[in-house]
Design a protein around this ligand. Sequence first.
Ligand SMILES: CC(C)(COP(=O)(O)OP(=O)(O)OC[C@H]1O[C@@H](n2cnc3c(N)ncnc32)[C@H](O)[C@@H]1OP(=O)(O)O)[C@@H](O)C(=O)NCCC(=O)NCCS
Length: 151
Amino acid sequence: MLLPIHFATWTADVSPGPTPAPSEALLDVESIADVLVAEEEGVVSGYVRLNQPGPLPSHAHVLVINGLAVAPARQGSGIGRRLMASALEEARSRGARKVSLRVLAPNARARRLYEACGFSIEGVLRGEFLLNGEYVDDVVMAAYLDAGATV
Ligand SMILES: CC(C)(COP(=O)(O)OP(=O)(O)OC[C@H]1O[C@@H](n2cnc3c(N)ncnc32)[C@H](O)[C@@H]1OP(=O)(O)O)[C@@H](O)C(=O)NCCC(=O)NCCS
């Protein structure tokens, strides 16, 4: 269900991981509950994954966007924005105060979407990944839900 979108949207501008193998599982069974999907006429057109950053109670007010993708044929029609709206609403309903994410610096499209949703840059990890022979920055962004992050 999600794998075709994952494979279709994978590029070195989007993910620092190795090219996924066709047999690779995208999600384990436990983490499927953390995924919100966009569905049109019974077909999944996108997904967003919202995880806890770890087990520490002192970190429990933070959730992390850990995967966002829209099927290439459906991109540019507002699905990404609606998925982000749903993720922020879900985070709010779970009592989160902050939602963070990491995005590769060249991924201008995703960065614009995150900014439009109220995320701002918290820091830049310079030369964090070596992708296609070039060192690429990773940008850490966050939205503070009590500061009116919206879409
Ligand atoms: C990033 C992605 C999820 C956006 O989804 P989408 O459904 O195409 O986005 P939307 O149609 O909701 O557009 C939302 C915003 O994205 C930006 N955007 C959309 N199309 C764009 C384009 N062609 N060029 C630049 N920015 C664009 C705009 O800021 C837009 O806001 P607007 O409505 O004010 O114009 C989608 O392009 C995708 O799946 N990319 C590959 C995977 C990826 O990069 N994931 C993020 C990893 S961190």
